[in-house]
Design a protein. Sequence first.
Length: 70
Amino acid sequence: MTLSRDFKGTGLLSTGQVAEEMGVHRSTVWLWIRAGTLPSKKVGSFIGVTRRDLAKFMTIYHVDRKEKKA
């Protein structure tokens, strides 16, 4: 599914982007959102996460950012 222009303009991270940044599968991100541990916002039919909420989540749960391979 392609992200809509409306979603891209929000500055929210998609679940796929969050998964890639954290080094987990996208379904894991969905589980965190459904459990209420990772706050999200809905834009049309898309769900996104603010960078601020992601940073807070990573701090609370002591998650290190995934190291990017060169």
